[in-house]
Design a protein around this ligand. Structure first.
Ligand SMILES: Nc1ncnc2c1ncn2[C@@H]1O[C@H](COP(=O)(O)OP(=O)(O)OP(=O)(O)O)[C@@H](O)[C@H]1O
Length: 612
């Protein structure tokens, strides 16, 4: 409860603090109402009989008026409390989402984005079902109020009626709350173990509703995916339901004990009334206090507050889990700035312009994997040089690009850019390095934004530059046919939007890279840049591209030899090292792996077996 109260004050000091103050005031008002009910009931017979000791009309009216006023104040406080709670839950949503996204974007390295532990923890922090921080926030004020009311009512019962009864009811009331919170915590353990299935269910849902919604329906896979979603969802929930079934009987026993205590209390009260041991005022006050004490066993609020604890804990530990995921297998993620040259402090070359990149004895394995993808790879990319990279599926070509971008650290060895080891860069410097890359990757971005934003991303739109590079990439006509040209949102779910074909999307991705090059990016990375085009179009496009991108260092990856053959130097990646390198002609003369792969592919085209 205290942790959640601290969180609510941290989220919105005025609203959170105000809410707790209102809860305290409301508890006090309720107790005053209890006392006033006793006073009014106690004074009523004398007032009606009108004896010499009877209260005057004014005194009695003031008493009743105070009771009505307090009752009204209590009602107003409830309304205020509800309004503040709603505000607090909205504010907390913002704080939680910002904290999660700050963690996820805290580093330009990406190991944490692939960690199941981080993914589970961030889902838990955002809340799943009724296990969310807002659920606790909604009940927090209620719990504070009922606990204060329980203590105040117990004092009234003790002073006016019986201390043993007060202690008994307070104890069973506490038992109800403790048991409800405990059950909620036990459920939380099953809930945590169910998040893997929950994540898979979410994934199936997202796939069916967003990522692959069209394809899955066109090919009739919708029902299969829905079955999968239901299966994974159930798998996540079954342990929870089992815990609930086991706990149900005990929960009923705990509530029965509390009711039995109330029954005993009322029986003792009736007995005392019968023996004349209690006056009317004491009886009326004690009865009202007894009922309030019994009702303040707020198991529902205690369970709700407990439900917020796991998400709160997840939110707190997320940064550490993400850091551990980034570090795993890649040494310490803390920037080792001392002694390292910095692009900002002492740049060895200008920030723009073509960089020189050297892979020096680079070993790499993915976090959680026991297979080395790169095994002591050496590769030099001279400033302004166009390097072609070929290799079989899974050879590690895309991995090399990830390392080049500094998204992962090598397990051993160094990647040196213009004399600076990428591992020595802090996050800000790494982000600056990544801005010097103009990449087109196999699974390029298709953002549901305008066509222009898909090209310029965070940069301001320069219409002239946009038109030039779009013409080069051959996408200008396709964009011209969109309902609002460059301002068309490329998402069919939005009205007046447009859609591009696979090949047009790919040309748009090329436009994006070229736009970045024109804007000063010095390293062009084309990883299967135009696989959706036919062989001739792709080769022509890439050649045109490389001609325009003179003055930049380029890395060109493709399975199609027609695409890479014009690179200054072609490298063959095999078994985690560069097995051969040279120009196209040199490699053919070498009659090694490259020559064999090239002849195999050429023979297929001659036979008409491919899309040439
Ligand atoms: N995120 C990842 N986690 C673990 N292993 C990975 C990950 N990404 C790739 N791998 C593995 O690393 C190896 C190299 O993959 P990579 O994608 O770099 O190959 P590639 O040469 O680009 O292949 P292709 O020509 O098929 O695109 C493969 O064995 C792949 O299974």
């Amino acid at each position: 409860m205290f942790a959640l109260a601290r969180f609510s004050i941290a989220v919105a000091p005025w609203v959170g603090g105000g809410l707790l103050t209102v809860a305290i005031l409301s508890a006090v008002t309720s107790l005053v109402v209890t006392v006033l009910v006793g006073q009014v009931v106690g004074a009523a017979p004398d007032f009606v009989a009108g004896g010499p000791d009877a209260p005057s009309l004014i005194a009695f009216s003031l008493m009743v008026g105070a009771l009505v006023l307090m009752f009204t104040v209590d009602g107003v406080l409830t309304v205020v409390s509800n309004m503040a709670t709603t505000r607090l839950t909205y504010d907390s949503d913002l704080v939680i989402n910002r904290a999660i996204s700050a963690t996820m974007t805290a580093s330009s390295r990406i190991g944490h984005l692939e960690s199941p532990a981080v993914s589970d923890e961030s889902r838990r922090a955002r809340g799943i079902g009724n296990r969310a921080i807002w659920v606790g926030l909604v009940s927090l004020a209620d719990l504070v109020r009922s606990r204060l009311m329980a203590i105040g009512s117990a004092v009234l019962v003790g002073v006016l009626f019986s201390w043993p009864i007060a202690v008994l009811l307070l104890a069973t009331s506490g038992l109800v709350e403790w048991w409800s919170a405990r059950m909620s915590a036990v459920e939380g353990v099953s809930w945590r173990s169910g998040t893997k299935s929950g994540r898979e269910a979410d994934y199936a849902y997202e796939l069916g509703m967003e990522t692959a919604a069209k394809e899955l329906r066109v090919f009739g896979f919708g029902p299969w995916l829905m079955d999968r979603y239901v299966r994974d969802w159930r798998a996540g929930m079954v342990p929870l339901w089992r815990v609930r079934r086991v706990a149900a009987l005990r929960t009923m026993a705990v509530y029965a004990a509390h009711l039995a205590a109330l029954a005993i209390a009322v029986w003792v009260l009736v007995r005392d009334v019968n023996t004349g041991a209690l006056g009317l005022t004491a009886v009326a006050t004690s009865l009202a206090a007894l009922l309030r004490l019994a009702m303040s066993a707020n198991g529902v609020a205690a369970a709700s507050v407990e439900r917020a604890m796991s998400p709160l804990q997840a939110l707190r530990s997320l940064p550490e889990t993400a850091l551990a995921a980034r570090e795993s297998g890649h040494g310490n993620d803390t920037p080792q700035v001392s002694g390292a040259k910095s692009f900002f402090v002492d740049p060895p070359r200008p920030l723009s312009g073509p960089p020189e990149v050297r892979f020096e004895g680079v070993w790499f394995r993915y976090p959680g994997s026991d297979v080395d993808v790169l095994r002591g790879l050496d590769l030099r990319m001279g400033a302004g040089e166009a390097i072609g990279l070929v290799g079989l599926n899974g050879a590690g070509k895309s991995t090399l690009v990830h390392l080049l971008a500094g998204a992962y650290r090598p397990s051993a060895g160094r990647i040196v850019v213009d004399g600076v080891d990428l591992a020595d860069l802090d996050d800000q410097e790494l982000a600056a390095w990544q801005r010097r890359l103009a990449p087109v990757t196999q699974d390029f971005l298709r953002l549901p934004l305008t066509a222009a934003e898909n090209v310029t991303l965070a940069e301001p739109v320069n219409q002239e530059r946009l038109a030039t590079v779009a013409a080069t990439a051959g996408v200008d006509a396709a964009v011209g046919n969109l309902p609002r040209g460059w301002d068309t949102i490329l998402d069919r779910s939005v009205s007046n939007s447009g859609e591009l074909s696979g090949g047009q999307w790919q040309r748009l991705a090329l436009t994006r890279a070229l736009y970045a090059v024109e804007g000063g990016a010095g390293l062009l990375v084309l990883d299967e840049p135009a696989a959706a085009l036919d062989v001739r179009s792709e080769a022509e496009l890439v050649d045109r591209y490389l001609r325009l991108a003179t003055g930049v260092t380029s890395l060109l990856i493709s399975h199609r030899f027609s695409v890479v053959r014009n690179a200054d130097r072609i490298c063959v990646l095999e078994h985690g090292v560069i097995a051969e390198q040279g120009s196209h002609d040199e490699l053919l003369k070498m009659d090694g792996r490259y020559a064999r792969m090239f002849e195999l592919q050429a023979a297929r085209y001659v036979d008409g077996g491919a899309d040439a």
